[in-house]
Design a protein. Structure first.
Length: 408
């Protein structure tokens, strides 16, 4: 059920104004009328309607000129045009000019109700979509990339610079360091932010399935292909495609991906027809690609195509000064989402967290804090809320077990 809205009707015919006012008011909406476009423009700023319905043919400024003025001043307000000269050309001209719809005189009352309902629903969806995009932009804005260590500051600088470009980006770092978060931040702050962000773990799928997922397929291309399907690269048109664990691509898939990037087109499985795509690629890998190139398991030409800009994320053990900041960030996050009255960490928990080496990196720390928030009966997290491994395992123990270099 739509809430009551403000609708402005503009027509130089008094009978038309009276009819439309009556029909729209019975739908529960507030109606303002104007007998000419000039008056409507003055009232537009004062009254701030959510829908404008205007006749095309009026003395002075006509309805198409009013439409242009409304779109310039308030581009989110849908405009419905009225005409006594309905034709295909009228419809085409109206839609090309940016009208939401048009109605031909004499009116059918149900048509008026339907168009008003559809236009206001459209306005509501536009508002909700803008709010959602704002939330996503807020979630992945640079401020939410938590850390103040020198290594992360360098990462932030690179992210800020590359977000303004359309360059291909290669993000390298161990599992759990936040590669997808960085990719989403780049997308959300780029000129493609209104386009889709599509992510795929290229190492988690068999080659035959991965080809269909990336490039799509036509109906009947293989057993089970009962309908045509867009691939993820095609779905990401005008947006960003995030290819995680790119190092795990087979040689055949490396070749096909390289061709798509070079030609800026894809071919669905089972089709010979190329389809143009405009996609920004952000790739990620926990394995270093240069040694794989040297070993001949990763194509050199694809590597250079991907590493236009390379961002290396340091593991958490190399930025231990960020652990207190990250811990407090996750406490606030999960206290809010789980509606628990937890406000911080006790003084003795911070040394315990910083001495642990975090083989799972930021993701592991996040899970530890989430678990602690879920289980604690206290308003402050204490040592007893932490897993036993963090209480008993030292950095040196894990360093020796994993062969990491340590400072003596």
């Amino acid at each position: 059920m739509l809430r009551p809205s403000r609708v402005m009707v503009v027509d130089d015919d008094a009978e038309t104004l009276a009819l439309l006012r009556e029909v729209i008011a019975k739908e529960g909406h507030e109606v303002e009328t104007a007998e000419d476009a000039e008056t409507a423009l003055v009232r537009l700023g004062e009254w701030q309607p959510e829908l404008v319905i205007t006749d095309i043919h009026m003395p002075g400024m006509d309805g198409l000129a009013l439409l242009a003025a409304v779109r310039e001043k308030e581009p989110d307000i849908p405009v419905v045009l009225l005409t006594a000269f309905g034709s295909l050309k009228t419809a085409v001209d109206a839609i090309k000019a940016g009208a939401f719809d048009y109605l031909s005189k004499p009116f059918i009352v149900d048509d008026i109700r339907l168009v008003v309902r559809r236009a206001l629903e459209h306005k509501k969806l536009v508002r909700e979509n803008r709010s959602l995009r704002g939330q996503l932009r807020e979630q992945y804005r640079f401020d939410n990339l938590v850390g103040s260590s020198s290594g992360m500051v360098e990462v932030y600088k690179l992210v800020a610079r590359v977000a303004e470009t359309d360059s291909t980006v290669l993000i390298q770092g161990e599992s759990g360091t936040g590669k997808e978060l960085i990719a989403r931040a780049i997308h959300a702050n780029s000129t493609r932010s209104n386009g889709p962000f599509v992510a795929i773990d290229t190492g988690s799928l068999a080659e035959t399935l991965l080809e269909s997922e990336l490039f799509g397929h036509e109906r009947g291309a293989f057993t089970g292909a009962i309908a045509s399907k867009k691939g993820l690269l095609e779905q990401a048109h005008l947006g960003t495609c995030f290819l995680d664990e790119i190092a795990d691509l087979s040689p055949v898939m490396q070749s096909k991906l390289l061709r798509s990037l070079q030609e800026r087109e894809i071919r669905r499985v089972g089709s010979e027809t190329p389809r143009a795509i405009d996609v920004r690629i952000i790739a990620a890998s926990k394995k270093e690609l240069k040694p794989l190139v040297a070993a001949g398991t990763f194509r050199e030409d694809l590597f250079y195509r991907l590493e236009v800009v390379t961002i290396v994320l340091p593991p958490l053990r190399e930025r231990t000064e960020d652990i207190p900041l990250l811990s407090r960030y996750f406490v606030n996050k999960f206290a809010r989402t789980k509606e628990k009255p937890v406000t911080g960490l006790s003084p003795e928990t911070i040394p315990l967290l910083t001495r642990y080496s975090w083989p799972g990196n930021v993701r592991e720390l996040e899970h530890v804090i989430e678990r602690a928030i879920a289980l604690t009966p206290h308003p402050i997290l204490t040592a007893e809320d932490l897993p036993e491994t963090i209480l008993t395992t030292t950095f040196q123990d894990q360093a020796k077990a994993r062969g990491w270099e340590t400072l003596e």
